[in-house]
Design a protein around this ligand. Structure first.
Ligand SMILES: *[C@@H]1O[C@H](CO)[C@@H](O)[C@H](O)[C@H]1NC(C)=O
Ligand SMILES: *[C@@H]1O[C@H](CO)[C@@H](O)[C@H](O)[C@H]1NC(C)=O
Ligand SMILES: *[C@@H]1O[C@H](CO)[C@@H](O)[C@H](O)[C@H]1NC(C)=O
Length: 395
């Protein structure tokens, strides 16, 4: 063979080896393992539902809510020093893993001063050190950020910086800690505060709060977690404020679907009708006269009480009920089943709920213990999540 031939063959071999390496890598990148869905449960410590009675077999992650931020030191600090530290709340919580080895016990931080920490490198460093200290001392598995909400351009800029630094610090610890966040469903809040691709590349999962999309401050009645847009009702700034549009906004904005977790409420939101005769969706209601109604109160006093009329949003696919001037929009087992079917069809990573102490954990309503949480768990029984890291526009 001539030198030219040898060189040509050598070049071809090199080319083939390189091609195969590229193909190999590509195949590896796409052939990711299927994951079980996340069932993420928030827990706010309460004397009614002790840590020892948490359902570690029905959730994949339970998140202890909330740690706070010290504005003196910029460290993450326990939300309730007495309960969390003195009474051993944190330790007892992470010890649940002795009984439930597959459970992940996470901690969340929520504070109205997050923005003033995230703006300065030195404060972020202090914060991150304190988080690592809490994670290590008490044996948490994951750290969750409930920053409600970054609303200035500077905050939108700083949030990914904070998360990126946290990610690097966690990776350096090498303990496999997860980093997650509760994020809004409201279109305008997403637009102003969230750099979706950057955030989703650092977070292991984001928990989209698919609730509180309406409140008594609207001045008219409505369900607060509608699954789909109701074309005749949802105009102007309500147009995108439904669960489906919110999930698609996150997905189409560049968040991998397997990282997107659909948040559902275990509570209703109440309204006071101006006129008891007008009791449908968008009936006039007293401004800001309303609140919350936990499922464990609601299931007995509303669903079983003939004084209440049960009704249904046929497009939003959630129930509501009224009696005299009282009005409540909520979720029940049926509406949650529908949301779980939606989640499976869309290929999302799982479900989150707010929060455990408001489900009927004692079985007081005759639907068994944990009726809502069991609905989530049952509905996701045969579902596996297929991670796809590429950007896939939705429907
Ligand atoms: C639901 O609960 C069962 C029984 O506790 C558990 O084995 C199963 O893994 C849970 N399902 C999911 C999808 O996490
Ligand atoms: C963290 O999240 C990844 C997915 O990003 C998961 O595979 C892993 O098991 C999680 N680890 C813990 C400790 O939660
Ligand atoms: C899950 O799969 C099993 C076996 O195929 C089936 O019996 C069961 O009904 C399925 N459960 C759900 C919730 O689809």
């Amino acid at each position: 063979m001539t030198v030219q031939w040898k060189s040509l063959i050598h070049r071809m071999e090199t080319w083939m080896v390189l091609t195969m390496m590229v193909l190999g890598l590509t195949t590896e990148a796409f052939a990711q393992e299927e994951l079980p869905p996340r069932i993420v449960c928030y827990y706010t410590p309460s004397d009614d539902l002790l840590i020892e009675d948490l359902p570690g077999d029905l959730c994949t992650n339970i998140i202890y809510a909330f740690a706070r931020l010290s504005i003196d030191t910029w460290e993450a600090v326990p939300g309730n020093y007495q309960d969390d530290i003195v009474e051993g709340g944190y330790k007892r919580f992470t010890s649940l893993k002795e009984r439930y080895p597959d459970l992940r016990t996470d901690i969340s931080v929520a504070d109205s001063n997050m923005a003033y920490m995230a703006r300065y490198k030195s404060r972020r460093e202090t914060f991150i050190r304190s988080v690592i200290n809490i994670m290590t001392t008490y044996g948490f598995d994951g750290f969750d950020i409930d920053w409600e909400f970054p609303i200035l351009p500077i905050d939108r800029n700083n949030y990914p910086i904070l998360v990126n630094e946290l990610r690097a610090a966690f990776d350096a610890e090498g303990k496999g800690w997860n980093l997650t966040a509760a994020v809004p469903a409201s279109s305008i809040l997403i637009d102003v505060g969230y750099d979706i691709p950057k955030l989703c590349s650092s977070f292991d999962a984001v928990y989209v709060m698919g609730y509180d999309l309406r409140s008594s401050e609207e001045g008219f009645t409505d369900v607060h977690s509608p699954l789909y847009r109701r074309p005749d009702l949802d105009i102007f700034f309500y147009y995108y404020d439904n669960v489906n549009d919110a999930m698609l906004k996150w997905a189409n904005g560049g968040c991998p679907r397997h990282k997107l977790i659909l948040g559902v409420p275990f509570y209703g939101r109440t309204f006071t009708l101006k006129n008891p005769e007008k009791h449908g969706l968008h009936a006039l209601a007293e401004f800001a006269v309303g609140g919350w109604y936990n499922y464990n109160q609601l299931c007995k006093s509303v669903i079983d009480d003939p004084g209440w009329v049960l009704d249904y949003d046929p497009v939003g696919l959630v129930p509501f009920a009224y009696r005299d001037t009282f009005w409540v929009g909520y979720e029940d087992q049926d509406s949650l089943k529908i949301k779980m079917e939606y989640l499976r069809n869309m290929g999302f990573g799982g479900v989150m709920n707010w929060e455990l102490t408001t489900d009927d954990f004692s079985g007081y309503c005759g639907e068994g213990t944990w009726p809502l949480l069991n609905t989530l768990n049952d509905s996701l029984q045969n579902y596996t999540v297929i991670p796809v890291d590429t950007f896939a526009p939705g429907t």
